[in-house]
Design a protein around this ligand. Structure first.
Ligand SMILES: [Mg+2]
Length: 254
């Protein structure tokens, strides 16, 4: 899951740029964690039993209000008992990483990915994109070869992961329009850093592209130690606490 957070932090300073240069410094004083990390950790906290997804997201957003949330999501988060608002945006898949790590089966991953999406982003595209990301993480962790993983995503979600989707384009905040290039970047890279550079260089919604790419690339390639170390230093104490509990639950080095 730290791969998602690191991707968000690295991508944060390029949001809205058309084509950032590929040789950018991964970490820079202008980097910061954004809504992607806050919501990822909120979902992780809910999965570890703290409370339901909606309550957790609302609590985390209210504790970290100025992190680049979309307007409709912020309204939802600040209004107790607001219903899901039919969003097809990338906010649901960007926060799903922990499901792919904590789910014990494909069925559970698909159910939990849909459940965490549906509290706000209940459009079928957002639900499917969340399930695709969670399943990709689960299958990559289980050691499924990349070609077979790509085939599963094509068969189950009708996602054509041809490299042709890796073209810099318009600022695309749709769930499918973000998840397709993110999955492709992760699956075609030689390592985690290569995947992140590919994602960021697409421009547009770079923090979310890099967050989703980083989440899946971590499961495929592993996260470099230096990235893990530096990314942690950007988190506030409360968010770091959630990460630490997640890593204990996963038996990962903290
Ligand atoms: Mg963001």
């Amino acid at each position: 899951m730290l791969g998602a957070i690191a991707g968000d932090i690295i991508g944060s300073r390029f949001e809205g740029e058309s084509e950032p240069p590929r040789d950018f410094a991964l970490f820079h004083p202008d980097c910061r964690f954004t809504d992607d990390s806050v919501c990822t950790l909120a979902v992780a906290d809910a999965l570890m039993g703290a409370r339901d997804f909606a309550a957790s997201l609302r609590a985390f957003v209210r504790r970290h209000p100025n992190r680049g949330y979309g307007g409709m999501f912020l309204d939802w988060a600040l209004t107790d008992d607001a219903p899901a608002y039919g969003s097809w945006g990338n906010g649901a898949p960007m926060r799903v990483a922990a499901v792919g790590w904590l789910a014990r089966s494909e069925t559970e991953a698909l159910e939990l990915a849909a459940a965490q999406a549906a509290v706000s982003h209940n459009h079928p595209d957002a639900v499917a994109a969340s399930q695709a990301v969670a399943l990709a993480i689960l299958l990559a962790r289980s050691g499924l070869p990349r070609l077979e993983l790509a085939r599963r995503l094509a068969d189950d979600f009708d996602y054509d992961l041809a490299e042709s989707v890796l073209k810099p384009g318009d600022f695309d905040i749709s769930a499918a329009g973000t998840v397709l290039p993110a999955l492709t970047a992760a699956l075609t890279a030689v390592d985690w850093e290569d995947a992140i550079r590919t994602a960021v260089c697409l421009g547009g919604d770079t923090d979310t592209l890099a967050c989703i790419t980083g989440a899946v690339a971590e499961a495929i390639h592993g996260l470099p130690d230096h990235v893990s170390k530096i990314a942690r230093s950007y988190l506030t104490a409360d968010l770091y606490g959630v990460l630490s509990r997640f890593e204990v639950a996963m038996h990962l080095p903290t």
